[in-house]
Write a protein that binds this ligand. Sequence first.
Ligand SMILES: Cc1cc2nc3c(=O)[nH]c(=O)nc-3n(C[C@H](O)[C@H](O)[C@H](O)COP(=O)(O)O)c2cc1C
Ligand code: SF4
Length: 431
Amino acid sequence: MAEVLKLLTRNVGKANSTNVDSYMASGGYEPLMTALHKMSPEQVLGEVKASNLKGRGGAGFPAGLKWSFLPKGKDRVKYLVCNADESEPGTFKDRLLIENDPHAILEGMILAGFATQAAGAFFYIRGEMPQGFRIFQRAVDQAYERGFLGKNILGSGFSFDVYVSRGAGAYICGEETALMNSLEGKRGEPRLKPPFPAGFGVYGQPSNINNVETYANVPLIIKNGGAWYAAIGAPSAPGPRLYGVSGHVKRPGVYELPSGVNLRELIYEHAGGILGDRPLKAVIPGGSSVPVLRADQIDVTMDPDGLKKVGTMVGSAGVIVMNDTVCMVKAMVNLMQFYAHESCGQCTPCREGTHWLKLILQRIEEGGGKPGDVDLILDVSNNIMGRTICPLGDAAAMPAIAFATQFRDEFEAHIREGRCPMAHTHMTVAV
Ligand SMILES: Cc1cc2nc3c(=O)[nH]c(=O)nc-3n(C[C@H](O)[C@H](O)[C@H](O)COP(=O)(O)O)c2cc1C
Ligand code: SF4
């Protein structure tokens, strides 16, 4: 069984873990001091590249490579952004870090700022996380007081500012360009790409955006070296990984394990197995936007290569577990209500497609399904895929296709019988 790690979560559960003194007492800000006084920006970037750190926000893009897309030098004002919007259903790992170890995230952001010679960073936090906002703002204030932020940090000549900004409760504002619009006070609508954020980002300046967990890895990399980091877990996407497990498990929670842990082990060993000792029915392995798996497909590793073999993705590593009491039509209605509600409406395939998927599914659930409805769901979904400005369209269509394909028999039974064939077994659980 994979050993539970205490790297990203090293300070979680410690007394006063959000306080700068506690953070420093366990070696916090030492990697920053090392970088500022003993390393060049290129060396810091080199270590992050060598670590092969992949983004933890969903797409898994190599962090070091993304940083290197920013223009070099100081001729143009460059910004970093930390994406703390965390609104993907089934995903709650960033919140754990924000509320328990804000200085680790902040230190990662300052290190990234030094590596890219950025002028400052924006921390964009989901509006429904008021506690996280207060905790992070206090961490920023403390970092200014101690000279880790501001002008000429620790006498190094490097200056860097951090601004904390709150969202207002829209899932789409987690998409990088919608987030940037929202930061600027505009409607939270995704921008067409190109231009990409590295050339035209926040306020039109070259910008780099990373997820909370991505930044939190950076102090570990600078402290221990890129090679050390690259040797942890799955080689193609290495490092410690925060897996959030929710739904029908006995011990829901966030588990820090090496990337590439076996999915069955994660559910049955770490999360304690299935609630009520009932049979497992389905698992969404990476937040609601990735294709669902059947119970017979969970002997896989939780890394991009492992999950690709069964047609799904690691996404945000939010694992949603469903036992045999779950009606898959009802589960999909729930998901499609979410995506239809959160679509920003700019693209017809996403705006209309998610809305019609919701309506078709609700009709099936209410007993009005018609022969051909499953093919209609697949047709509508396939006409969303790849035809939108941002990936929210695909994020709705991919799970829709997987639900209707993997559990087609159950959908057909609903349509044939005009009711839920398993209505007597339903059991609700908070995800
Ligand atoms: C609809 C939508 C919502 C997203 N929400 C988040 C989010 O809450 N947090 C996040 O880090 N990335 C989110 N992303 C991904 C971001 O666009 C972006 O890829 C990510 O912040 C990059 O960080 P990373 O490279 O460190 O993963 C979302 C993407 C889409 C399409
Ligand atoms: S895909 Fe959906 S959420 Fe994204 S820009 Fe288009 S309408 Fe908006």
